[in-house]
Ligand binder design. Structure first.
Ligand code: ATP
Ligand code: MG
Length: 330
């Protein structure tokens, strides 16, 4: 079988630096675990916009759509909206996956280990907004088909973690829209044989700070997931450490949650953990379980032994930290 094709988009700001660090770890783990990947690089973001006049150049989009199986993307600056929304839509990646997990040696608000599965294309972010004199409207879109396929992804995560799915919604107020999401999601999860419970989004926000370990897999709508996943990331120690995946039926895109961080770009001090952990999610998605786990364990051990970049109080450069991580690869 041909090796999976990975399109690497380094992006803007600290993107190229953390991408180099991530590639260092990835190359080592590929050697150790016999992982084969075919990789190509492409540009997108502010720098690409200056060079080519468009933040998501046609060539990049064509490679992502027609060549790549998966995309590993760094952060993008000002043009993030155009690049991220464009890629999500064009690749049909309808589920956004954000794990939040406390890491050793990193201060967290409370112990946490959960995965948020967020619907990625509908809800009030579907782009249907309009106004009339004196009033403005944003339409909340919920379809059965979309809810069903996102719920199936949540079921898959729940089985892999031998856990439970909590459906988060506000169906007591939004009886029709959230009501449809809740009933379709519940039906799918029950059919899939996973344990299900439900929580209103306001209660979920409170519980995620008060008692985050009560959650395992959280299945929620686009806007609630947007807000809750930043909250969960901060409980775990900050968005600088948070990886993410965007999954579709054919394609997948993996990226750190944080932005381009222009303030520290080019200084070689950015923390590459979020992108390294995004690469681990990519390995797992491609079926390289052992390699994925090895990367995650190596990051944990490096942090536990006190290896860290300045944002976590350490003094290592981006590349020194990446080298420390590779030392812990089994
Ligand atoms: P955006 O405009 O996309 O939000 P940003 O440059 O504001 O991008 P954020 O992710 O919001 O970046 O991060 C805010 C600040 O946190 C950055 O300016 C930077 O100082 C710090 N930061 C973010 N990611 C990292 C990282 N990987 N390593 C070190 N510091 C980071
Ligand atoms: Mg910011």
């Amino acid at each position: 079988m041909a090796p999976p094709r990975v399109l690497v988009i380094p992006g803007d700001g600290i993107g190229p630096e953390i991408t180099r660090a991530t590639m260092h770890v990835l190359e080592r783990v590929m050697d150790r675990y016999g992982v084969e990947l075919e990789m190509r690089y492409a540009e997108a973001g502010d720098t690409a916009a200056e060079k080519y006049g468009e933040p998501l150049p046609r060539e990049t989009l064509a490679l992502a759509k027609n060549w790549a199986d998966v995309v590993l993307k760094g952060p993008v600056g000002e043009t993030a909206g155009i690049v991220v929304v464009g890629l999500r839509r064009e690749l049909g990646v309808y589920a956004n996956i954000r794990p939040a997990r406390s890491l050793p040696g990193v201060a967290s608000v409370a112990p946490i280990d959960l995965v948020i599965v967020r619907e990625n294309l509908e809800d009030v972010y579907a782009g249907i907004e309009f106004s009339v004199p004196g009033a403005a409207f944003a339409v909340k879109v919920v379809t059965e088909a979309e809810t069903r396929r996102v719920a199936r992804i949540a079921a898959r995560y729940a089985r892999a973690r031998s856990g439970r799915v909590t459906i988060v919604h506000k169906a007591n107020v939004l009886r029709v829209a959230d009501g449809l999401f809740r009933s379709v999601a519940r039906k799918v999860l029950e059919e899939e044989g996973v344990e299900v419970d439900e929580m209103y989004v306001d209660a979920a926000a409170m519980e995620m700070v008060r008692n985050p370990t009560r959650f395992d897999v959280v299945l929620t709508m686009n806007q609630y997931g947007d807000i809750l996943s930043d909250l969960a990331a901060q409980v775990a120690g900050g968005i600088g450490l948070a990886p993410s995946a965007n999954l579709g039926d054919e394609k997948a895109l993996f990226e750190p949650v944080h932005g381009a961080a222009w303030d520290i770009a080019g200084k070689g001090i950015a923390n590459p953990t979020a992108m390294i952990l995004s690469a681990a999610m990519m390995l797992r998605h491609l079926g390289y379980q052992e390699a994925a786990l090895a990367v995650e364990r190596a990051v944990e051990q490096a942090l536990e032994e006190g290896y860290s970049t300045p944002d976590l109080g350490g003094s290592l450069t981006t590349m020194e930290y990446a080298k420390a991580v590779t030392e812990f690869l089994g």
